[in-house]
Design a protein around this ligand. Structure first.
Ligand SMILES: Cc1cc2nc3c(=O)[nH]c(=O)nc-3n(C[C@H](O)[C@H](O)[C@H](O)COP(=O)(O)O)c2cc1C
Length: 188
């Protein structure tokens, strides 16, 4: 198989999320592609934010942040809070905020999934701060739950891929099956 070396590009497909934090006492929202799960026990996630952004100080000051998954119908607002800084523009009115067991980070009512996180570690990279949060509680909009579980089709998240917002496709198989037989296709 011929491979093309393309330098040091990050090639990935990930959900677009919106982090929420209180900055100078006011809700602020920032769009992120750098988000992911880190461990199940305790349940932890990370978000990576460039040091130039306004949100960072609020996360560090309050020790809490939220991660909210917007659905496709929130595309315009997702792009807006990812293009405009809270340093110059008050973004607190873009969404309706709600609070869970902690009043130290706003969550977004309009987003079908909301994850409240307590900051447990900050990793200092040259350009970014990686905030690792322990999940305190997760909320899902009732209409996006099927058989007691979050229903990704109804959540309809935005997937960032190749510089575009994409829609989630159809499932092709269940994951975490008990299949342990060697795959039928193996390199020759
Ligand atoms: C689709 C999209 C994904 C983004 N992902 C990230 C990211 O992962 N990390 C980051 O630091 N900034 C990211 N940004 C940029 C910030 O969202 C943007 O600079 C924002 O205006 C910063 O807001 P703040 O200054 O109020 O914190 C992204 C923007 C968009 C539109």
């Amino acid at each position: 198989m011929q491979k093309t070396m393309i330098g040091k590009s990050q090639v990935s497909a990930s959900a677009a999320v919106i982090a929420g934090a209180l900055v100078n006492g006011r809700p602020n929202y920032i769009t992120l592609g750098s988000f992911g799960g880190m461990s199940r026990n305790p349940p932890t996630v990370y978000i990576s934010i460039n040091k130039a952004h306004y949100t960072n100080a609020g996360i560090k000051e309050n020790g809490y942040f939220s991660v909210n998954i917007p659905s496709k119908d929130l595309l315009e607002k997702t792009e807006y809070v990812g293009r405009v800084s809270g340093r110059d523009t008050d973004k607190s009115g873009v969404f309706k905020a709600f609070y869970g067991s902690s009043t130290k980070a706003p969550m977004i009512e309009e987003c079908p999934v909301n994850i409240l996180c307590k900051l447990i570690k900050t990793v200092d990279l040259p350009s970014n701060e990686v905030f690792i949060g322990e999940i305190v509680e997760t909320y899902v909009t009732g209409s996006c739950v099927t058989d007691g579980k979050p229903d990704m089709k109804k959540i309809n998240p935005l997937v960032l891929a190749g510089g575009n917002y994409c829609e989630l496709g159809q499932p092709v198989s269940t994951a975490f099956t008990n299949r342990t037989a060697p795959p039928s296709q193996m390199p020759r």
